[in-house]
Design a protein around this ligand. Structure first.
Ligand SMILES: Cc1ncc(COP(=O)(O)O)c(C=O)c1O
Length: 388
């Protein structure tokens, strides 16, 4: 279609194109490849959850939900935070149901970041963060994590703090590296917080996927940090329903007030039938389902790792999330993007090149594989990867 003017308005995101997730998923479809690129399960959610949705859908649940979310769902989220983190959040004034973790992140950034503000995050960083900051006229200060340890560099954060720093954007457990916060990380963060009034936006959507006996160290559980934190969670990740896009944001009342000012104009509310189905499933079954999640995904991580143990891919063990990084430098000198394109086209497995998560496209010959897949998928993918 021809536009009725000669020059387009300036793009607000001139450097953003189609994301690598869309590219790789399209390539996977085109070549009939096994898709270990995008982070979503290829198995069904619990039958009780689907039954709850089927039951609910014929009820009168088809009009707007309350702006902050169904009260009973907020009650459940409050109980969840009491149970796991001994954290008290008031469902009335401190908990908001959102359209996925993504909306919560975007609303929080929009609520608190203005022109000239700086937001510190770690690279490799989840792809939503930087565009959301830049759309507000803010500047992302990206602190690189380096292969193979991918440690959180708190000295670099300390050096990056300035009077313009508004927000620390922390992703724990961390996608794509699989790093999780240790007590030393929290200690370092507390020390920084003692001398700078930054807010924390804690992306904890993988909170229940933490492995090998580790504990998820949530901002909600830390008395010093909770009061300055907005903590984001996702039912999509926890219940194998990424397509539902239902999540939440918990934060002290004054922060929630500002958060909701944006949320109400962004989406206003989240799909009522989905919230109703969630309440109906979670009240009797929720905590039992979540308590098995770490073991469930650890078993999948280990299965893929064992299947690949004879291959030339070198595993960089994941402590959390449903991703694991693999170093392919023994196989190819191609850069990671080219390697992934060759992999999907010639070997029939889609993966994500890790350089796309870095400001400077740091390429350490590492790919990210998603192991949230059925055992059959993992076996088939491993067969294809083992011949490399
Ligand atoms: C680190 C991280 N944050 C947030 C999200 C988005 O969560 P949701 O699907 O609930 O919007 C994802 C999804 O991949 C993620 O990996």
């Amino acid at each position: 279609m021809v536009l009725p003017f000669q020059t387009l308005p300036d793009s607000k995101l001139p450097l953003v194109g189609t994301t690598i997730f869309t590219v790789m998923t399209a390539e996977a479809r085109k070549h009939g490849a096994i898709n270990l690129s995008q982070g979503f399960p290829d198995f069904d959610p619990e039958p009780e959850l689907l039954a709850a949705l089927a039951r609910i859908i014929t009820q009168p649940v088809h009009q707007y939900a309350p702006m902050a979310g169904l009260p009973r769902l907020r009650e459940w989220i409050a109980a969840h935070h009491r149970h796991h983190y001994a954290a008290a959040y008031d469902p009335e004034s401190e908990i908001t149901v959102t359209s996925g973790g993504t909306e919560a992140l975007y609303a929080a950034i929009t609520a608190f970041v203005g022109a000239g503000d700086e937001v510190i995050c770690f690279d490799p960083s989840y792809d939503v963060y930087v565009p959301a900051v830049e759309l507000q006229g803010g500047k992302a200060i990206r602190i690189p994590m380096h292969s193979p340890q991918f440690s959180f560099d708190w000295d670099a954060v300390a050096s990056a703090l300035s009077p313009r720093t508004k927000l620390l954007l922390l992703n724990n457990p961390h996608n794509p590296t699989g790093r999780v916060f240790t007590k030393a990380d929290l200690q370092a963060l507390r020390q920084l917080a003692a001398r700078h009034p930054f807010l924390i936006l804690a992306d904890e959507v993988y909170e229940h996927m933490v492995f090998d006996g580790r504990t998820h160290l949530s901002m909600a559980a830390d008395p010093d940090l909770q009061s300055r934190s907005l903590v984001v969670g996702s039912f999509g990740k926890n219940l194998h329903i990424t397509g539902w896009k239902v999540g939440w944001c918990v934060a002290p009342a004054p922060l929630t007030t500002e958060f909701r000012k944006v949320h109400q104009y962004l989406t206003f509310s989240t799909a009522t039938p989905l919230q109703e189905a969630l309440v109906s499933y979670l009240e009797p079954c929720g905590e039992a389902a979540l308590s098995g999640l770490a073991a469930f995904y650890q078993q999948k991580r280990d299965r893929l790792a064992n299947l690949l143990s004879g291959s030339r891919l070198r595993r960089i063990p994941s402590a959390g999330t449903y991703f694991e990084l693999y170093d392919y430098s023994a196989i190819s000198d191609l850069n990671d993007r080219e390697f992934c394109l060759k992999l999907v086209r010639e070997n029939g497995v889609a993966a994500i090149p890790v350089s796309v998560f870095y400001a400077d496209s740091i390429d350490s010959r590492i790919i990210r594989l998603c192991f949230a897949k059925s055992d059959t998928t993992l076996v088939q993918a491993a067969e294809r990867l083992s011949v490399l």
